[in-house]
Design a protein around this ligand. Structure first.
Ligand code: ATP
Ligand code: MG
Ligand code: MG
Ligand code: MG
Length: 469
């Protein structure tokens, strides 16, 4: 069996042999983009090369980039545990051309890697192109000999990438793997495309135009290529399993959580084990890159992920903090490729343990409140906003945690009601400060501090783990 580690190096070596510079993954906290929560694609560290703001020291690069999609534009948090293919943390393998090769070479290389190096059966593969991109269509036709139905023209934004309202943009072509007709789902562009039968493994973006104020204004003088392939997804394909959660790395993590909770990842427990394994990776990697749990910004995203995992540990019957005890298995699996994990191990364990001790003081009582408030509920019923707010305010349940629990039981949460309750609370506190001579914002900060304790927020500044541990 080809291990995840071997697949990562095969990819990087394949492109290195084709004059691509091997580039280390950048930290998860973006170094060059304050508007972005976390690095969420392989191209992020290279943005300035694509816009022309900086001159690349090489014309081609390849990397395996750490990515987190748990907030902002790409948020896969709610998919985790429910789809076979989504993580909050994953590695994106990529090859990049900075004004060097374009569509021909990108498509030929991708096809060569998949069918020769990885030995995939072309019958299982199909591709999409942007509906007007005849050039990409013709190249695929020539390279693969596919019937026209296997080169699907997609008219939506899914196949047209743009950096923003201004900057480089262009059509994409995506490669899908058919896991077989025993799995629910239709080909891309069909009504059932959200199923898990046809899984997108690789996206190739062809940057060929430039936008200004959301309008394409000119052709780029030197078009570029940016690609991204999910390492865990291609590993599932190459290891002959359907779900990312069945690849070797996840098997080890799930085995460890099975052992520590004395439960099996079967039936209704399976999603909990998957969530724990997934969230362990995102939290450990975020902490290693300098993010610490807090009540705002990046730190709050981290806290939300941590607490979701901790609720699932509680659901599996864990009586004591669990997450920190899984860190050694993660370091064993991924510490070689990512030495920052080993360097930060003690700090990661301590941060997880402290957070779990703290959350456990209110988690059980919060769950009791949830149970009481939903007694007699039928599928489709809605939890009232005031209870969701009390869970948030008094018991430290982030809203999405409450929503996740509701979803698990077939209920929903009144989000408008939650927001109303939150606004009322804010107004009450404002009334309260009026007589005290403080400004509202100082008052707000003090109220927060009283509620949660002072938290040092270091998420935005810290560059690497070394500064922190
Ligand atoms: P999907 O449609 O399946 O959500 P995407 O179109 O959002 O994927 P891209 O933004 O094109 O994904 O990212 C490039 C590649 O990264 C994808 O083809 C996929 O292999 C991988 N990928 C994207 N999101 C995830 C995720 N949440 N977990 C694991 N791999 C992912
Ligand atoms: Mg997506
Ligand atoms: Mg997609
Ligand atoms: Mg895509």
């Amino acid at each position: 069996m080809t291990s995840l580690k071997q697949i990562r190096s095969t990819f990087l070596d394949y492109f290195a042999a084709d004059s691509h510079e091997k580039v280390q993954s950048a930290p998860l906290v973006p170094q060059n983009d304050p508007t972005l929560l976390f690095v969420n694609a392989g191209m992020v560290p290279f943005k300035d090369y694509f816009t022309g703001a900086a001159v690349p020291p090489y014309k081609r690069a390849t990397s395996s980039q750490k990515c987190v999609r748990a907030g902002g534009k790409h948020n896969d948090l709610d998919n985790v545990g429910y789809t076979a293919r989504h993580h909050t943390f994953f590695e994106m393998l990529g090859n990049f051309s900075f004004g060097d090769y374009f569509k021909d070479h990108a498509i030929e290389s991708a096809w060569g890697l998949l069918t020769k190096e990885f030995g995939l059966d072309p019958k299982r593969l199909l591709v999409t192109v942007y509906h007007t991109d005849d050039e990409a269509f013709d190249i695929w036709k020539k390279v693969t000999g596919f019937a026209d139905e296997k080169i699907i023209r997609i008219p939506t934004a899914d196949n047209f990438w743009a950096m923003g309202d201004s900057g480089p943009c262009g059509p994409c072509t995506e490669i899908f793997y058919d896991h077989g007709d025993h799995i629910f789902g239709g080909p891309p562009g069909s009504p059932d495309e959200d199923g898990d039968r046809f899984v997108e493994i690789w996206n190739n973006v062809f940057m060929q135009y430039e936008k200004e104020n959301d309008e394409i204004v000119r052709d780029l003088p030197k078009p570029s290529v940016d690609t991204g392939m999910g390492l865990e997804r291609i590993a599932a394909v190459l290891q002959g399993v359907h779900s990312n959660y069945e690849v070797d790395l996840f098997k080890s993590l799930i085995n460890a959580s099975e052992e520590l909770t004395s439960t099996k990842a079967e039936g209704e427990r399976a999603p909990s084990h998957r969530v724990i394994a997934d969230h362990l990776r995102s939290t450990a990697f975020l902490i290693a890159d300098g993010v610490t749990p807090s009540n705002e910004g990046r730190g709050y995203v981290l806290r939300r992920i941590m607490r979701r995992a901790m609720r699932h540990a509680h659901l599996l019957g864990a009586q004591d903090p669990l997450m920190h005890r899984l860190v050694p298995t993660l370091v064993q699996e991924m510490g070689e490729a990512y030495p920052e994990l080993g360097r930060a191990q003690a700090f990661i364990e301590d941060t997880l343990k402290q957070e779990e001790i703290r959350f456990r003081t209110t988690l059980g009582r919060g769950m009791n409140l949830f149970d009481q408030a939903t007694t007699g509920f039928k599928a489709g019923d809605m939890l009232d906003g005031q209870t969701a707010f009390t869970l948030y305010d008094t018991y430290g349940f982030p809203l999405d945690l409450t929503q996740d629990e509701a979803r698990r039981r077939g209920f929903s949460v009144n989000v408008d009601g939650f927001e109303t309750a939150m606004a009322e609370q804010r107004d009450r506190s404002r009334e309260h400060w009026k007589g005290s001579g403080q400004t509202a914002s100082a008052g707000a900060w003090l109220a927060l501090r009283d509620q949660h304790g002072a938290t040092a927020f270091t998420g935005y500044e810290s560059e690497t783990s070394e500064g922190k541990v």
